[in-house]
Design a protein around this ligand. Sequence first.
Ligand SMILES: Nc1ncnc2c1ncn2[C@@H]1O[C@H](COP(=O)(O)OP(=O)(O)O)[C@@H](O)[C@H]1O
Ligand SMILES: [Mg+2]
Length: 264
Amino acid sequence: MNIERLSTGIKKLDNILGGGIPKGFFIAVVGEPGCGKTILCIHFIYEGLRNNEKAIYVTTEESRESIVIQASQFNMNFDKYIKNGKLVIIDALLKARGDPYSLDELDPEKLVNKIIQVKKALGYGHTRLVIDSLSAFWLDKPAMARKYSYFLKKILYQWGFTVFATSQYAITTSEAFGFGIEHIADGIIRFRKIVRRGILKRYILVEKMRHSSHDLRMYEIDIVDGKGLVIKRATQYRSEDIILPESVKKRIIEASKKISDEIP
Ligand SMILES: Nc1ncnc2c1ncn2[C@@H]1O[C@H](COP(=O)(O)OP(=O)(O)O)[C@@H](O)[C@H]1O
Ligand SMILES: [Mg+2]
């Protein structure tokens, strides 16, 4: 069966994904702060708009204006699409705004109602949806993460969205927050960052993508003014290399050597 795939707006990433994101999927975009999650979401939204799709961007970490400014730095004119009714940015950060496109409470049910209300206003046609971040909706009740994310996925699927939902916590720092989204996602795109020789380096890894023969390698990325997220080369590192400090790694290698030496 032929699966329809959507471009992320980044050609090399589409190739890594095995041709793009299958339409209707719910994708978890996870990683620590400052890795490029929001910027990836901006690319994804803009690519839809360019192709005459509709788009909804829910922002909990930054204001609506901040998202528009960030997009403009990569030559993506979000204002134009807001004005012609193709894009709605739901602002869940500035609670005092009180306009119809803001959310005054980080409540999963209110979020769903707002998204559906906006979808109805946008009208027919495929809609890309970003929820950045979704984990913000259960910050004060992490035990509910799985239940809420399952509820959200089910309803959003019925409305025919293709969804990018971010989680600002890496699984290494807090399992409780990250886990809810990843558990129900059709795909997981993970960002990582390290400081190597005094320079911040960022990486992207497609950790899961249903119905896709995707690249399993981790790629170094750059965020470039005027351009956005750029995929560089596949790394030689294994994911363990990125997580563990040298001294710990050494000890593990020594220990495993010792074990294999002991096996007759
Ligand atoms: N115009 C720009 N040119 C180059 N790098 C930028 C630009 N704007 C933002 N960045 C980089 O992107 C980072 C923010 O990425 P973002 O996608 O917001 O991270 P997060 O994973 O927290 O959502 C900044 O810390 C900065 O390093
Ligand atoms: Mg962000």
